[in-house]
Design a protein around this ligand. Structure first.
Ligand code: KIV
Length: 279
């Protein structure tokens, strides 16, 4: 297999790449979407072999790979380094490059410039950022620059301090309504998908029915259009406090690719997450 770096322009996906509009079609057909994180080339090869639709080079790399206490310290240069390793090896899955804290908050111009770096220097197919409010305008600016952008609401780890820690969101009626409004605004701004993190399952189900873009849940119940897990959680490599929604898929499987395939299969057959792994 060639290991030559590739630098696709947003309008020219590499041969064999899952077309971005297929994710919307999957939602319409009721087919579930599987996404895992990866931060290096071997993990990308395994995720591709397991048949996931999306690989997220998440800023969780800060915690699970680099030993930081939160996702905040990781820099855009570090994310580009990691994303480049993933895009060298991921053929079919779309690679989502995560915009780290500090790379898009200042202005729409800063957000577009950072997104362009992730696409042009790292080969990301699309990018992701956290939040709503002022971030709606960032999403619009990136989408209008012809870069696919995934939004992320609910528990947004980059603002965990402001949220009072790593805790479930949308748990009061007002908070749930705000989450729904934010999701509709992000869809209107041009997001192609929406991560819902640590949100009560009924709230995530309402958001999923209300938007026409796919929702990808993590600790958001079984009614989202897709699910994502951090690969190190999925194979039992993470240390420290384990969130309720984490399941170790290596238990009962004898290889990492087996665990990743079991996760993708459980998402498609709607057996993950069960009540034990939801809020
Ligand atoms: O950075 C990340 O890995 C994420 C997932 C937890 C969705 O944002």
């Amino acid at each position: 297999m060639s290991t030559r770096p590739r630098t696709p322009a947003p309008a020219t996906p590499a041969p064999g790449k899952l077309p971005l509009p297929e994710l919307g079609e999957m939602k319409r057909r009721g087919d579930r979407i599987a996404m895992v994180t990866a931060y290096d080339s071997p993990a990308a090869l395994l995720a591709d072999e397991a048949g996931v639709e999306l690989i997220l080079v998440g800023d969780t790399a800060a915690m699970v790979m680099l030993g930081h206490e939160s996702t905040v310290p990781v820099t855009l240069d570090e994310m580009i380094f990691l994303t480049r390793a993933v895009t060298r090896s991921a053929r079919r899955p779309l690679v989502v490059g995560d915009l780290p804290f500090g790379s898009y908050e200042v202005s729409d111009e800063q957000a577009v410039a950072s997104a362009i770096r992730l696409v042009k220097e790292a080969g990301a197919d699309v990018v992701k950022l956290e939040g709503a409010g002022r971030m709606v305008s960032r999403v619009r600016a990136i989408a209008e620059s012809n870069i696919g952008v995934m939004a992320h609401v609910g528990l947004t780890p980059q603002s965990a301090t402001k949220l009072g820690g790593f805790r479930a969101q949308g748990r009061t009626a007002d908070a749930a309504l705000k989450l729904l409004d934010d999701s509709l605004a992000l869809e209107d701004a041009g997001a192609f998908a929406l991560v819902l993190e640590a949100v009560p399952a009924p709230v995530a189900a309402t958001v999923t029915q209300s938007v026409s873009i796919p929702t990808i849940g993590i600790g958001a119940g079984a009614d989202c259009d897709g699910q994502v897990l951090v690969m190190y959680d999925l194979i039992g490599l993470s240390r420290g406090r384990r969130p309720r929604f984490v399941k170790n898929f290596l238990a009962g499987n004898d290889s990492i690719v087996g665990a990743l395939s079991a996760f993708a299969n459980a998402v498609r057959t709607r057996t993950f997450p069960d009540a034990e792994h939801s809020y």
